[in-house]
Design a protein around this ligand. Structure first.
Ligand code: E4P
Length: 218
């Protein structure tokens, strides 16, 4: 399972990268705004900084909602750095743009996916990644993980190569259950990755090992 971090915060990206388990980064316009990154050129510069920090794919989202705009913007984003993946919203022109980029060898991430039908369309259009938002589904009393299961089944039925990127991860159990289901990638905040480390028996066990060592060597 690939681990992506879902943030535009350079310190958090670096911390995850230094841990040695990071496979990529996802961003969106809200995450950029949260870091105070505004203006087209600043946003582009920030994408390049992120690419220089990590080795894997970095999703950069288009703002346009029409086919021509998405193609122009997506091509400019893809030109910024070889690690850039163009993030395209799940709308009608988005499907056309996914097909265009797929035909032209540019990696894509289809975002704002909330149903199996949308995921099927994204795969047919040749998306590299599909991003079902499981946390936002859970927020409206709908089972986000059940959607990941459905998409896994559909993609396996037909051998679609589009990777399931479980997005809007909120906590460690989302990560673990996505791994059980067989999501190809998860993207979440740093806390969802670091939280996987925690177990009280590890802390208690380590404390005892160190105390016993100290007793034997004092
Ligand atoms: C995915 O690429 C999105 O950036 C993200 O996972 C959305 O998560 P949120 O629902 O926590 O905003």
């Amino acid at each position: 399972m690939k681990f992506f971090i879902d943030t535009a915060n350079l310190d958090q990206i670096k911390e995850a990268q230094d841990l040695g388990v990071l496979d990529g980064v996802t961003t969106n316009p809200s995450l950029m705004a949260k870091e105070g990154i505004t203006g087209a050129q600043n946003i582009k510069d920030h994408y390049v900084k992120i690419c220089e920090l990590v080795e894997g794919d970095v999703s950069a989202e288009v703002i346009s909602t029409d086919f021509d705009g998405m193609v122009k913007e997506g091509e400019a984003l893809a030109d910024l750095h070889p690690q850039i993946v163009v993030k395209i919203p799940m709308i009608k022109d988005g499907i056309k743009a996914l097909k265009y980029f797929s035909d032209n060898g540019i990696k894509t991430n289809c975002t704002l996916v909330f149903s199996a039908g949308q995921a099927l369309l994204a795969a047919k259009a040749g998306a590299t990644y599909v991003s079902p938002f499981i946390g936002r589904l859970d927020d409206v009393s709908t089972d986000g993980l059940a959607l990941i299961e459905k998409i896994r089944l559909i993609y396996d039925n037909y051998g679609y190569e589009t990777q399931i990127l479980a997005a809007s991860i909120r906590h460690t159990m989302h990560v673990i259950e996505c791994a059980e289901i067989g999501a190809d990638v998860m993207t979440g905040p740093l806390s969802s990755i670091l939280g996987l480390l925690n177990h009280p028996l590890t802390d208690i066990g380590l404390e005892k090992f160190l105390a016993d060592y100290r007793k034997g060597n004092s």
